[in-house]
Design a protein around this ligand. Sequence first.
Ligand SMILES: [Zn+2]
Length: 487
Amino acid sequence: MKNKTFYITTTLPYVNAEPHIGFAMEIIRADIIARWKKLLGYDVFFNTGTDEHGLKIYRKAQELNIPVQKYCDEAAQKFKDLTNMLGISPEVNFIRTTDPHHIAAAQEFWKRVDKGGFIYKKNYSVKYCVGCELEKTDSELINGRCPLHPLQDLEIIEEENYFFKFSVFQQKLLDMYEKNPSFVLPDFRFNEIKAFVKRGLEDFSISRLASKMPWGVVVPRDESQVMFVWFDALINYISSTGWPDCVADFERRWVNADGVVQYCGKDNLRQQSAMWQAMLMAAGLPNSKTIVIDGFITGEGGVKMSKSLGNTVNPLKIVTQYGKEALRYYLAREVSSFEDSPFTMEKFKEAYNAGLANGIGNLVSRVMKMAQDNLEAPIKVPVSVGDATSGAIPDDFKAAIERFDIHAASNIIWQHISEADHIIQDRQPFKLIKTDKVAAQGIIRDLCVRLFVIAQMLGPILPDTSGTIKELIKTNKTPATPLFVRK
Ligand SMILES: [Zn+2]
């Protein structure tokens, strides 16, 4: 019997900047869901990669005086290294928008949309934010500037370009939203995009003159034009599955998959849940099934992180100092699943000590010390390892993670940790052992079972810690060194 399949992807970060904490959060969360689905027995296709075309990247390479492809190669490697450092599943698919297969797929996609009659050419003049790589209408500007890139001057583009007939998809998008009441999560973001589509859609340009923007995918049958960077980048979500060459893979991974989930930040709401969906419709291809929108990680007091304010956080530095599981813990449990959340190193350290060193780390040491000293043999593991459907994993945890509320799911684990702590405190098996060995052993065995359930839940979130705890239980050993050293 063939396994059910599940598709999940992150957005592709632009290679022009260092990996930042927001992307670390996005990919860790997607990894948590991918690992969870794998635990449930799904055949998971998990995609990430790098977005490498566009003016921003072209200019950055020029600034550094190196060939653009070389610049992209080095930058893509940084993001590949990042996936290793964050403990992302090794089977993750890493697509680069400069991959020949992706370029061919983008051109084929364009041809299909064009064949459907959804592309036309016209003269236009527009304000363009290179920071966003997006056109900006006056209503989107604050004091004539992009609110996300207030330090960058907008460019005025005046040229003849290709346009996508976005406007004809208004009703189709609204119908699709209607049929799929959890298409965008959380609800308040879904309402935001519905309102945007209801206000009416404007066609948008999808190409630029190659003479002005040489770093992009060439438009089929018109070498004087290249595709706008995000038009080609969005197509990675299906080119990564093998489309259009491997129809069988595309059908298994996308068309017939049980879930087709795209994780992204709130600045990507419009591209992911409206523009990309209309593009798929125009090409005659099935839509995504769920778009999960993250909030931003901000500096202290909710201010945007930026280099000029000096409040940015380098995820790799945190990993070097605290370990990848500590960063995964923080981004899973201490950050809201959907709202903006402030981040400071003080907060991080506090959370590390409370949740990891004094929390799970301390519990494992206490329980396994008692087990090693007082049980003759390891406990029988209650269910087959990895079988999340057999009841070992609590239903409230399952429900939370299924609705992508990773913060709530993590809190449930730490409730279980605190319950186990209370049992030790209240029933004091380490004292009881002197007067009633049988009763004390019963409590210790129960604590080991509880710890095993905790390790099961931790599996997708802190895979290494989960594996270590299960191994200790199976061998009835106390850890040689604390799982998380107090900082
Ligand atoms: Zn901008």
